[in-house]
Ligand binder design. Structure first.
Ligand code: NAP
Length: 305
């Protein structure tokens, strides 16, 4: 059986990096980032797709600077809203599969129980609007697709909350962190593994499997709760204690509005593909162990209660 060509865009990003590693088990991975293919250039996207003829495109490229996007809406829309539709249209012609990443920010955050895929989107920032436009462009193209909607991606590399917090811990003894926005931290590697498990199944390529799937770390947290865990591990390694104080969104204004509650229900993923995403705290423990922030007194895994 010939191996599929799997083009991974955004290959240098935090998720793309892990996808390249994971999906190499399934086919010939073609890693692509802005240097090879700039998503703001439609003609180049079309040419690239025709030159390389991927069977699957896993589009993890994105304009992900949520606050900056408020002032760069054209740019965010080109990368997040328009480019996915161009890729999808090309793939539709060749019968390929489009795998794409959407965001929990697609929802407005007014619910108080986890969102499922039938809930209506109502994006409340420029970034979120551009991402929803990308989802819609894929749906409208008629391509075979898997749109994975995820949240709060972090890992040992890239730009993310974990690494920002660790850097701040070096300089500070006190930090204030927002305690009224809830979602689920999602380890980039666990997410890539989940996607790999789906793409390893024949049914993923059936038109009947096409759709939106929620895929996030299990459980939920506020940014404050996430920060408390980070500070705890930081203290294990350095003996430097950083006190984390909860504040409201109103006390810590940011340019882009974020949903107050965007926890996603992963049931459809589990029911369709049998994939269970690990609890976020379990994944978080792995990341911190790998980064050397372990707690020698407790062993590799925290003791069961
Ligand atoms: N991060 C999250 O919490 C989160 C949550 C939900 C959904 N998502 C979605 O998941 C996907 C992956 O996110 P991530 O956190 O891995 O993002 P990331 O680390 O920012 O990676 C995105 C990659 O896309 C590249 N890129 C940006 N503009 C581009 C352009 N014009 N042409 C080609 N490539 C370009 C970036 O390059 P540069 O580094 O040079 O800009 C980067 O390598 C994105 O679609 C994002 O919207 C993310």
């Amino acid at each position: 059986m010939s191996k599929p060509t799997i083009m991974v865009t955004g290959a240098n990003g935090q998720l793309g990096y892990e996808l390249v590693r994971e999906l190499s088990l399934l086919g010939n991975v073609l890693p692509v980032d802005i240097e090879e293919l700039d998503m703001t250039q439609p003609d180049k996207i079309v040419k690239f797709m025709r030159d390389y003829k991927p069977n699957i495109v896993v589009n993890s490229a994105g304009y992900t600077a949520v606050d900056t996007a408020e002032d760069k809406s054209d740019f965010a829309m080109q990368v997040n809203g328009i480019a996915p539709g161009i890729i999808a249209t090309e793939l539709k012609k060749s019968g390929g599969l489009m795998v794409h990443f959407s965001t929990d920010f697609a929802y407005d955050g007014n619910k108080t129980t986890p969102y499922n895929e039938n809930d209506l989107v109502n994006p409340i920032s420029i970034y979120a609007k551009s991402k929803v436009a990308g989802d819609n462009a894929i749906l409208e193209s008629g391509v075979k697709h898997l749109i994975f909607r995820t949240s709060w991606i972090y890992g040992a590399r890239g730009r993310n909350f974990l690494l920002t917090m660790l850097n701040m811990c070096k300089e500070r003894t006190e930090l204030s962190v927002v305690n009224d926005q809830f979602s689920a931290p999602t380890w980039s590697r666990a997410l890539a593994s989940g996607v790999g498990l789906v793409l390893g199944q024949k049914q993923a390529y059936e038109p009947s499997a096409s759709g939106i799937y929620h895929i996030t770390g299990g459980g939920q947290a506020s940014w404050y709760e996430f920060a408390v865990q980070i500070a705890k591990y930081y203290e294990f390694k350095t003996d430097h204690r950083v006190a984390i104080f909860p504040v409201s969104t109103g006390e810590y204004p940011m340019k882009a509005t974020r949903p107050k509650y965007s926890v996603l229900d992963n049931s459809k993923l589990n029911n369709t593909f049998g994939v269970i995403m690990p609890e976020w705290k379990l994944s978080f423990n792995h990341v911190m162990q790998d980064m050397g922030y372990n707690n020698p007194a407790k062993g590799i895994f925290p003791k069961l209660k």
